[in-house]
Design a protein around this ligand. Sequence first.
Ligand SMILES: [Zn+2]
Length: 166
Amino acid sequence: MGEIPESSSKEIGTTEVSQAVEPISFAEFLEDTPPSQERVINDLFAEKYAPAAGRSYRQVQLPALVLHCSNERCNGSRTFRRISGDLPSLPNDLDAQKDLFLTFVCSNCRLSAKTYSVRVMVRSEEVTVGSAVKFGERPVFGPPTPTRLLKLLGDPTRDFPQGQTL
Ligand SMILES: [Zn+2]
């Protein structure tokens, strides 16, 4: 029960043994972890109490991130903060999980945004600890997008290069 009889779930190019990977902060996960790699996050949740329901739940914590901002006003590392709104929450159950879109905006120019698609999971009795895996992110994971391309986002002529592959 509960065991998945699958031993061939290797990701391309991944040779890491997952047990050997240290828990990381959610900021580190969002900034530095490529898509499709599940990580244990040591500060993913805060425990909250819902008086009406008479039970506790876990609220996802969304830290400020330091990301490369390609806007010409910034063109360097800047602090990105989540857009306002309620923080997502999950039941305090060990098999709980939720798929989220998380958007962060550059605090300096307020023009660049980074959006993550992630699954967060309750997998530990320890209330702050959870697991997470990215489905993807935009702009894509990796080296900063050339300013030339980002400029097009604000350009009404929208002359996007043909045949551009990611
Ligand atoms: Zn910026």
